[in-house]
Design a protein around this ligand. Structure first.
Ligand SMILES: N[C@@H](CCC(=O)N[C@@H](CS)C(=O)NCC(=O)O)C(=O)O
Length: 223
C-alpha cells in the first residue's frame, strides 16, 4: 500500500490529488506544522533526512520531492492516462512544466513569504524600519518582478493550449497547481490573468481534487 506522509496545508496535497485521479488505494500519515514557525514536526525527519513533505513509501522505497513523486506515480500507475505519449511535443512540455513548478515558479513565491515575515516578525522596535526597508527592496527589485514575469509567461502559455502540456489534462497540471494557488494567496494572481484563474477554477471543480482535500484535512496556503 502506498503511504503518503502528508503535512497540513502543503505541497503534499498534490500527491493526494494525483492518487485520487488515479483511483489508487493509499494511506495518509498526517503531520501538523508548528503553529508558530509553520515548520514540519521533527517526526518527519525519521521518514526522510530533510524532514519535508511530501514523502511517499511504495514497494519498500522512500521517495521525496513532489515532482519526482508525481512523475513516479503517474508513470508507474496511470496506464497511459495523465502522461502524454513519449516522443511527442506534449511529453516535452509535460517534463518542462513538471520541473518549472518547483524550479522556477516556487522560489520567488517562497522568498515573498520569507521577506513578508522578516518585516512583520518579532524584533526590537529600532530594527523594524531597517528590516522593512530591506524587505521592500528585495520585494521590489527581485521578488515581485520575477513572480510577475512567471505569471505572464504561464498566462501566455495557457492562451496557446487548454492545459500546460497540451489539449489533455496531465499530471503536470497537478504539479503546477501549487505555485498557482500560492500566487493567488501571496503573489498577486487575480482576475487580471483570466486564463490562470480559469485553470484554477477547472482544477478545483474536479471531483478527485475535492476528494483529496477531504483526505488531507485543511488546505489553506501560507500567506
Ligand atoms: N521542493 C520540495 C519542497 C518540499 C518542501 O519544502 N515542503 C514544505 C511543505 S510545502 C515543507 O515540508 N515545509 C516544512 C518545513 O520546511 O519544515 C518538494 O517539492 O517536495
Amino acid at each position: 500500500m502506498i503511504v503518503v506522509h502528508h503535512l497540513n496545508n502543503s505541497r503534499s496535497q498534490r500527491v493526494l490529488w494525483l492518487l485520487e485521479e488515479l483511483g489508487l488505494a493509499y494511506e495518509v500519515k498526517r503531520y501538523q506544522r508548528d503553529r508558530k514557525t509553520m515548520l514540519a514536526p521533527p517526526e518527519l525527519r525519521a521518514v526522510h533526512p530533510l524532514g519535508k513533505s511530501p514523502v511517499i513509501e511504495d514497494d519498500g522505497q522512500v521517495l521525496a520531492e513532489s515532482g519526482a513523486i508525481v512523475e513516479y506515480l503517474a508513470e508507474r500507475y496511470s496506464e497511459g492516462r495523465l502522461v502524454p505519449q513519449a516522443g511527442t511535443p506534449e511529453r516535452l512540455r509535460y517534463r518542462y512544466w513538471m520541473h518549472f513548478a518547483e524550479g522556477t515558479a516556487q522560489p520567488p513565491l517562497l522568498l515573498k513569504l520569507l521577506f513578508d515575515r522578516v518585516e512583520t516578525g518579532p524584533m526590537p522596535f529600532f530594527v523594524r524600519p531597517i528590516a522593512r526597508a530591506i524587505a521592500q527592496r528585495a520585494r521590489n527589485t527581485y521578488i515581485q518582478p520575477n513572480i510577475d514575469r512567471n505569471l505572464d509567461f504561464m498566462e501566455a502559455e495557457l492562451a496557446r493550449r487548454d492545459w500546460f502540456a497540451g489539449p489533455e489534462f496531465s499530471a503536470a497540471d497537478i504539479q503546477m497547481s501549487f505555485p498557482l494557488e500560492a500566487a493567488v494567496v501571496r503573489g498577486g494572481l487575480d482576475a487580471r490573468r483570466p486564463r490562470l484563474m480559469a485553470f484554477l477554477e477547472r482544477i478545483h471543480a474536479r471531483p478527485a481534487y475535492r476528494r483529496a482535500i477531504d483526505k488531507g484535512g485543511t488546505y489553506a496556503l501560507l500567506r
